[in-house]
Design a protein around this ligand. Sequence first.
Ligand code: NAG
Ligand code: NAG
Ligand code: NAG
Ligand code: NAG
Length: 490
Amino acid sequence: MFPLRPQSCPFNGICVLLPAASLLQLMDVRQVCCEFLQSQLHPTNCLGIRAFADLHTCTQLLSQAHAYAEQHFTEVVQGEEFVGLSLQQVCSLISSDKLTVSTEEKVFEAMIAWIKHDKPARVEFMPKLMEHVRLPLLSRDYLVQIVEEEALIKNSNTCKDFLIEAMKYHLLPADQRHLIKTDRTRPRTPISIPKVMIVVGGQAPKAIRSVECYDFQEDRWYQVADLPSRRCRAGVVSIAGRVYAVGGFNSSLRERTVDVYDGGRDQWSAVMSMHERRSTLGAAVLGDLLYAVGGFNGSIGLSTVEAYNYKTNEWVYVASMNTRRSSVGVGVVDGKLYAVGGYDGASRQCLSTVEEYDPVADQWCYVADMSTRRSGAGVGVLGGQLYAAGGHDGPLVRKSVEVFNPQTNTWRLVCDMNMCRRNAGVCAINGLLYVIGGDDGSCNLSSVEFYNPAIDKWSLIPTNMSNGRSYAGKSQMIKPHVVFLCHTEE
Ligand SMILES: *[C@@H]1O[C@H](CO)[C@@H](O)[C@H](O)[C@H]1NC(C)=O
Ligand SMILES: *[C@@H]1O[C@H](CO)[C@@H](O)[C@H](O)[C@H]1NC(C)=O
Ligand SMILES: *[C@@H]1O[C@H](CO)[C@@H](O)[C@H](O)[C@H]1NC(C)=O
Ligand SMILES: *[C@@H]1O[C@H](CO)[C@@H](O)[C@H](O)[C@H]1NC(C)=O
C-alpha cells in the first residue's frame, strides 16, 4: 500500500498519519504532516517522498520533492531510490530543463545505471530514455570514448540515431548548429546553477592545458575540457556565463591570445587576441567590458590597459596606469577597478601602491597605499571591500591579509592566512573569500583556504587540489596562477 519501503521512510508514523488525516478530512493535520516531510527532504529520501506525495495528492509537497530531486540530482542518482523508479518517473526527472548537473554525462550515466539495475526487463526502454539525454551537449571525446562504446547503445538503432545526431551537431560550425532543432540541444537551466570554481591552466612545472573544477556542493574536484593551448599566468574572468582565459605564458612566449569556455558544451574556443602580449596580468569585468591590466610582455612590465567588448569581439586601449605593474592583482568595487601592488620592472621593486580606475572619466589615480609591498597578492572582493592576501616582497612570501574600504580610503589588516602564499587564485562565494594554491617560495601549494569575515578567521577546505583530483595517474602538483569561480546566478 505505501510506496515507501521502511528503510526509505524513516517517518513511519507520518506515513500512516497523513493518509488517515486525509481520510478523516483533518486538513490541519495533513498540512503539518506535509510540512514535516518537506523539512526532512534529503537526497536519499526525496524520490520516495515525491512518490508518496503523488499518491496522496499533496500537490505542494510533490512539487517541492520534485524540485529537490532536480537540484540534488547528482546525489539522488547514487541512492537506492533512483534505480527503483518506474520508467515514467525516470523520464519525468531526466527530461526536466531544471536538472542541476555539472555536465550532461551525469544524466547519461544515471540512465545507464537505471537500465543495468534490471537489464532484462529494462533494456527495451533504452530508446525512450535516450530521447531525454542531451547527447549533443556532451564533449566529443566522451561521445566517442564512452557513449559509442556502450553496448546498450550499439544494440539499438534508435539510440545510434541519437548518437549520429550528436556527432552531426559537433561537426557543424558553431553558427549552423541551431539548424539541428531538437530538445536535446537545449542546455539545461537549473534554478541555481551549481557553484563551481574553475582553475584554468597553470604550471606543473611547464605550462599546462588542464582545467579543473571544484564543486562546492559535492566537495570534489573534477576535470573539464582542456585549454586549446598551454597557458599559465593568464587572467581569468567570466562574462555572460562564459569564462575567458586572457594572455599568460605558454612556457616559451607571453601570449596575446584569449580563449573562452562554454560550460554548457564543455568547449574552449579562441576569440580576438589582445594588442599586447601579457602574462601575470590582472583581469576583471567592469560593466560590459573585460579589462586586461598591466602584466609582463617578455621584456618589460606594462602600465597599459586594454578592454574587450564580447559583443563586438574587439579590444581597445584605455588609459594607462601611472605605474608599470606585473603580477598585479585587480578587483572591482562600486563601478571602479583597482590595481593592487605588483612588481615595477623599471625600479625593480615590489609595490605597495594601489590605483583606482574610473571608466567614465577614463582615468587612473592613486588611492591609499597598502601597509606593505605585495607582488602576486591574491586580490578579491567581498562585501564591498577589496582584499589583498599574501603576495611577496623579494624573497619574503607573506601570509598577512589586508582589506581596503573605498569609502574611507583606508586599509586595515585582518587575520593571517594559515599559509604564506603568492600568485594564488582568489574568489568570493557565499560570503566567504577563497584563496587557492599559489606557492610559499619553496613549495607549490595544493591547499585551499577561505576567510569568513564574520569571525575574522581563515580555514582550510578538507580536499586539496591534487589529492582531490578525480583523474588518477597525475599526481603532479599544479600551480594554478589563475582561478575563477563561476557563480552564474546573475
Ligand atoms: C613549483 O612549480 C614551478 C612551476 O610553477 C616549478 O618550476 C617548481 O619546480 C615547483 N616547485 C616544487 C617544489 O614543486
Ligand atoms: C608557444 O607559442 C608559440 C607561438 O604561438 C609557439 O610557436 C610555441 O611552440 C609555443 N610553445 C609551447 C611550449 O607550446
Ligand atoms: C614589450 O613592449 C615593449 C614596449 O612596447 C616593446 O618594445 C617590446 O618589443 C615588447 N616585448 C615583447 C617580447 O613583445
Ligand atoms: C593539504 O595540504 C596541506 C599542505 O599544503 C597539508 O598540510 C594537508 O594535510 C593536506 N590535506 C589533505 C586532506 O591531504
